[in-house]
Design a protein around this ligand. Structure first.
Ligand SMILES: [Cu+2]
Length: 483
């Protein structure tokens, strides 16, 4: 067999993958049928410009923010070679994709962090179709620019004419991004509160978690309005927007001027088409929406910061071809009759193939796990059941157990909770189970209780945490082990 340079590289890559891949996830090469899509991502410090002309050093994939779009068709194999050119260790997490545990990218839980100069080969099946986010799961790197969109296209014909992916980003335009000039939350006095005055950790001013930054810019696809080209649509087209929120600490209420939006997917999972005016999107959440371009003009899609009502945050213009206007019309967020889509307004539209398998639930009643979310007031830490990661009790389930998690948020902040490796159903006993939508990230509002349910069918150690990066880094995480 003649070994061309190309096939040599392929073989070398495959060998590297073999070496990098832990036991149990190698059948890919034996399958032969599935097409492999290969991507290379280099994580490095890179000068970026969000359109304002003011350059600063972010941490970026391939020198750009967001990182390049990774796109594959359902059923294909996605293979990503990560080269770490950062001055710190890193990983990549494939947010929302139920990957094999060894590919999940959580340092100290599913893999050793990739050290500076090292490479790591990630490989997983592109399944199921949907809109996802990839991002670093090390320290504060998500808020320094290490994220990008990941799209798995359905195998069926597209039912839309034009498609845009929009990542909504909160920024601190200083070297280092979100962590620049952000002080640590003091742990002074903590010991006193707990009667441990003078005892070891907890007193060092430098050991506390970072405070949530005050963001000075909000970008869409790495550009701040108005320093961006308008999206183009043609009259009569059906336009699909893949809305993704990789922001570290900002929840947006989104509205498109001049049009209503039809939600078709929540976190990549299909829902019965639901028309709305305003859509709330938390950190880590994704919504696919469509709109019909039936209102000629130049319009703004705006997202106001849901935590500070009224302040416009992300903005992007959408202009019909042939329209010359330079000033897009903004949407209104106040007024009578504005429709707001909540989780309970949506209804699952799950294909038969995605239904749980026969043995699901192990023939038992669901296991109930109570998770009380707390912190923030007099403490630099955020907690689940009073515990600060990594000092948390292990949570264990048997494979195929039916699990319910009952969240109770007794803090003053919303927490977008994310479970790795699984989709869950959002349980509402006032609604028939057929209406329970599937998600992988859900906002638990202040003083709210919420229940989710899932089949623990993906074995491994799965990170479970708040997707406010500053809450995660202040302890709001634990690990669900499925054996
Ligand atoms: Cu939180």
């Amino acid at each position: 067999m003649e070994l061309t340079r190309r096939s040599f590289i392929r073989t070398a890559l495959a060998a590297a993958a073999y070496a990098a891949a832990p036991k149990g996830i190698l059948p890919v090469y034996g399958q032969g049928e599935a097409k492999v899509r290969e991507f290379s991502l280099s994580a490095s410090v890179a000068g970026i410009d969000l359109g304002t002309g003011r350059e600063f050093n972010a941490w970026a994939y391939n020198g750009q923010v967001p990182g390049p779009e990774i796109r594959a068709k359902a059923g294909e194999i996605i293979r990503v070679r990560l080269k770490n050119d950062l001055p710190a260790a890193t990983t990549i997490h494939w947010h929302g994709v139920p990957v094999p545990n060894e590919m999940d990218g959580v340092p100290g839980v599913t893999q050793k962090a990739v050290q500076p100069g090292e490479t790591f080969l990630y490989e997983f099946k592109a399944d199921p179709p949907g809109s996802y986010i990839y991002h670093s799961h090390v320290e504060y790197q998500l808020d320094q620019g290490l994220y990008g969109p990941l799209i798995i296209e359905p195998s069926e014909e597209k039912e839309w004419d034009r498609e845009y992916t929009l990542t909504l980003e909160d920024w601190v335009m200083k070297d280092g991004g979100g962590v620049a000039a952000t002080p640590r939350r003091s742990t002074m006095g903590m010991g006193m509160m707990h009667g441990r005055m003078g005892m070891g950790r907890g007193f060092d001013r430098d050991s506390g978690p970072l405070q949530e930054p005050i963001y000075d810019a909000f970008a869409v696809n790495g550009k701040i309005y108005p320093h961006m080209e308008p999206l183009t649509v043609k009259k009569g087209e059906k336009v699909k927007l893949r809305l993704m929120n990789p922001s570290s600490a900002t929840i947006y209420d989104l509205r498109l001027a001049g049009h209503s939006l039809t939600i078709t997917h929540a976190d990549g999972r299909p829902v019965r088409p639901l028309e709305t005016d305003v859509l709330r999107i938390g950190m880590g959440e994704r919504y696919d929406v469509t709109f019909t371009a039936d209102h000629q003009g130049h319009w703004l899609l705006s997202g106001i910061n849901a935590g500070y009502r009224g302040n416009p945050a992300v903005q992007i213009p959408i202009r019909y071809t042939g329209i010359r206007s330079d000033s897009p019309a903004p949407p209104a967020f106040r007024g009578p009759g504005i429709r707001f889509a909540g989780y309970w307004d949506m209804e699952a539209l799950t294909p038969e193939s995605a239904q749980p398998r026969g043995e699901a639930g192990n023939g038992k009643e669901p296991e109930l796990l109570r998770q009380t979310l707390s912190g923030g007031m007099h403490s630099p830490y955020w907690t689940i059941n009073g515990q600060v990661y990594p000092n948390v009790e292990p949570i264990r389930f048997q494979r195929n157990d039916r699990v319910r998690i009952a969240y109770w948020n007794r803090s003053m902040m919303p927490h977008p909770m994310h479970l790795h490796g699984h989709f869950f159903k959002v349980v509402n006993d006032r609604l028939p189970p057929s209406r329970w939508i599937e998600k992988d990230t859900i906002i638990v509002n202040s003083m709210q209780g919420l229940m989710i349910e899932f089949i623990a069918d993906n074995p491994g150690e799965w990170f479970h945490h708040c997707h406010n990066l500053y809450h995660l880094m202040a302890g709001m995480a634990n690990v669900v082990t499925i054996r």
